[in-house]
Design a protein around this ligand. Structure first.
Ligand code: SAM
Length: 308
């Protein structure tokens, strides 16, 4: 498999940037809810920053911080750098790097990651998070969010559909050659308890919560374009024969229409569940001030208008 197999398509991703920002906005909100307002990080890392979508949310929130965006996709990081250079006063540093091996800058106060950890194998997620915590400043904060697709019938049905289609005879030959970790939707969701068990020894606080995001799309073709900004891209890259690829897309569309029927307004509602986690690294002498013990919301719906 080519090295750039996991290279993403920033143009496709940015087609829906306003919707994709939801994860970062939600995670910042959760961070602010749990950590004292006077806490201001000087050095912030955005892991799996993509074309800078989540990083821009951090820039608005922490305008005085040194911010670094790290991503393993050459095209995504190039897009982030290009957008940064286009700014009147560039501030953020973007670098190519793999979350699994990345060592944070000295003095890092905040490690932030949205919609990226789910692309790591479950074991690698735990090991990576434990290592990242070690590299944080005492009292520093690690926050992450990832999609938990088991939580919705439609998402679960979508995943089931992907796993079923890719085993069909017409194209299964392409996927058989792939390593297990590269197969579509191989990503394992780690149970919340596992995160807590792994991170509690080095943290004074580990809090998980859930939220729901929803995007309303005009038709199934738009949904296909959304998916091409993520996993579908890798599936289509793997199917090298153009006729097979065309047939796959037809089959995909047919199943998509079954899994996501139009609503009463003729729109397609794409919903997904987010798992959010806020961890504060232990630090002697630093009070655990600011943890808000209010009941955590089970569901907090963020609905963005479809056409903005
Ligand atoms: C869905 S995008 C999320 C981008 C951004 N964080 C956001 O919220 O819009 C996932 C990004 O994670 C990156 N990614 C996936 N696995 C990675 C890894 N092991 N190391 C670094 N980046 C990774 C991908 O290249 C992609 O840019």
């Amino acid at each position: 498999m080519a090295d750039n197999y996991r290279d993403w398509d920033p143009e496709k991703y940015l087609q829906f940037e306003i919707h994709r920002k939801v994860a970062a906005i939600k995670l910042v909100k959760e961070l602010k809810r749990l950590v004292a307002a006077r806490w201001k990080p000087d050095c912030v890392i955005d892991l799996g920053c993509g074309p800078g979508t989540s990083t821009k949310v951090l820039e608005s929130e922490f305008p005085n911080a040194r911010i670094f965006g790290i991503d393993s996709s050459p095209s995504m990081i190039e897009a982030a750098k290009t957008r940064e250079r286009a700014k009147e006063a560039p501030t953020t540093t973007y670098m190519h790097g793999n979350i699994e091996t990345y060592v944070p800058e000295d003095g890092t106060d905040l490690i932030f990651s949205t919609e990226a950890l789910q692309y790591l194998h479950a074991d690698a997620q735990i090991e990576t998070l434990q290592r990242l915590i070690q590299n944080l400043n005492p009292g520093g904060v690690l926050v992450f969010e990832h999609a938990d697709n088991r939580a919705y019938d439609a998402s679960a049905a979508y995943h089931e559909m992907i796993l079923t289609i890719y085993k069909e005879a017409a194209w299964s030959q392409y996927f058989k050659q792939m390593r297990e970790t590269e197969r579509p939707h191989w990503a394992k969701i780690v149970a919340e308890e596992q995160y807590k068990d792994a991170l509690n020894p080095s943290c004074s606080t580990v809090r998980t919560s859930r939220s729901v995001a929803q995007v309303i799309l005009n038709n199934h073709q738009e949904l296909v374009e959304w998916m091409k900004g993520a996993e579908l891209r890798f599936i289509l890259k793997t199917i090298t024969d153009p006729d097979h690829r065309k047939a796959y897309l037809q089959r995909y569309m047919q199943r998509l229409e079954e899994v996501y029927p139009r609503d009463a307004n003729g729109k397609i509602v794409l919903k997904w569940s987010m798992l959010l986690c806020v961890c504060v690294k232990k630090a002697e002498g630093i009070e655990e001030e600011g943890i808000d013990e209010e009941e955590l919301d089970e569901v907090d719906m963020i609905v963005l208008p479809p056409d903005c």
